[in-house]
Design a protein. Sequence first.
Length: 90
Amino acid sequence: RARAAYDRYPACFPSGCAGQNLQTWARQLIDEGMVERSDLLIFGSRGGQVVLPTLWQTFGARTPPAVVINGGCAMSLPTAVQWPEGAVTF
């Protein structure tokens, strides 16, 4: 959600920050089992840049299908994105 406490880039991004950010929020979703209980994931720009790559790093091709609005995951990012070959992503 825009302007939420976690709606910030992680420290590895220019003007990113430590503490609560999109990467720590992704890890919280993982820890709470939200990803495994999802049939489809939908991401906006920053979610595609930070959250989805974090999920891919953890789940690989087992990540639920994802729709990324604004194609954040296809950008040149400050961290390498391991796009799983078997991942279903639009």
